[in-house]
Design a protein. Structure first.
Length: 364
């Protein structure tokens, strides 16, 4: 390792975004214990798996978790090694742009030369070695090019639930390769998604990023000035500035970092991922994670399926028996049961929205 690389590594931070309520994972994901705190594959939670993947990339002293205040106790319970100062509380849910603006300011107060990699807490990624190699390439690119970096996933099919990244000119050859981003495309219809897959130039937008904090601050000041001012106020660290920043924060509209900055940025690069990835966006995503039988069924827990096809069943507390089902999702929990057509798994959030208005609000 060169002296230059060693110096750069001393300024590298990892940020885990642990907010969100995981409404499409109801009834197991609840407001008081969202999806990222659940164990969907083994014994450890998605949050714990995310933190574990960072071993060897950055020390615990430079892992920062950002989340709403109501989830702070769960985070400390699941990540006891996390320094207390490394849990950043977002003032209110205002999307990933505001969330990352706040955590960038917290890191900038500690280290103005910092580079930060950003990871949602609810992804499933393997193998770890390939993931870490891609993240290191992302850090190197962000540090040497002064650009924003995202990670793109080679698509395995015409998925309409993801945004896409269109690649442009090659920036770095080798494995993993790095390209300049030509454009971002929000969730397309199926025909457009199929064209993207066939083109070989489009990747799924993973929602993971790397940038130098100073580059992020400059970009926000230019393209999202309200957020830029908040970052500046929080970075100064004075009590009056922080109070003013919180008031301004609550007035912000919710917006993603993609829309606020990356889609407008002039210098955005994409690392082409070499690892397997799932955002575990709904119960339908569990089939490839759990594995399927010869007829496409996936199951966990106490389950009996007879004459079923392409069906996902989770028996958490009792035996769940299913007969003659096709493309169905059945999920048991101690106080609620979900039965859903497989092709409508993305709509489970409608149940949570309905619970808000009805007599079963406590189950949301």
């Amino acid at each position: 390792m060169s002296a230059r690389e060693a110096a750069a590594r001393a300024h590298r931070y990892a940020v885990i975004m642990a907010g969100g309520v995981g409404t499409r994972f109801w009834p197991h994901s609840r407001r008081r214990r969202p999806k990222q705190f659940l164990a969907v594959r083994g014994r450890s939670s998605l949050l714990q798996d995310t933190a574990r993947r960072l071993r060897g990339l950055v020390p615990w002293s430079r892992i920062v978790v950002v989340a709403p205040r109501e989830l702070a106790a769960l985070i400390r319970q699941q990540l006891p090694a996390l320094p207390r100062a490394n849990l950043v509380i977002e003032p209110a849910p205002r999307g990933t742009a505001a969330c990352l603006a706040v955590v960038a300011a917290a890191i900038a107060r500690r280290d103005p030369e910092a580079a930060m990699a950003v990871f949602p807490a609810d992804h499933v990624i393997a193998p770890v070695g390939r993931f870490q190699r891609c993240v290191r390439r992302g850090f190197e690119t962000a540090e040497t090019q002064d650009c924003l970096v995202t990670f793109g996933i080679p698509p395995t099919g015409p998925e309409t639930g993801y945004g896409y990244v269109e690649t442009g000119q090659r920036l770095r050859r080798g494995t993993p390769r790095v390209d300049w981003v030509a454009r971002f495309v929000e969730k397309p219809d199926r025909a457009t998604a199929q064209r993207f897959v066939d083109s070989g130039r489009h990747l799924w937008n993973s929602g993971m990023f790397v940038w130098r904090v100073a580059v992020l601050q400059t970009g926000l000041a230019r393209h999202a000035p309200a957020l830029g001012r908040i970052v500046e106020q929080f970075t100064r660290g004075r009590r009056a500035d922080a109070a003013a920043a919180r008031r301004a924060y609550h007035r912000l509209k919710s917006v993603s970092i993609d829309v606020a900055l990356l889609e407008r940025g002039e210098r955005v690069a994409v690392v082409v991922a070499t690892f397997d990835w799932s955002d575990v966006g709904s119960w339908a995503a569990m089939a490839p994670l759990w594995g399927t039988d010869a007829t496409g069924n996936a199951q966990r827990g106490r389950v009996l399926m007879i004459d079923c096809r392409d069906t996902v069943v989770y028996g958490a507390t009792r035996l769940v028996s299913v007969l003659g089902a096709r493309d169905l999702i059945v999920v048991d929990s101690p106080d609620a049961v979900l039965v859903c057509a497989g092709n409508r798994a993305q709509e489970v959030r409608r149940i949570v929205e309905a619970l808000e208005r009805g007599p079963y609000r406590r189950l949301r």
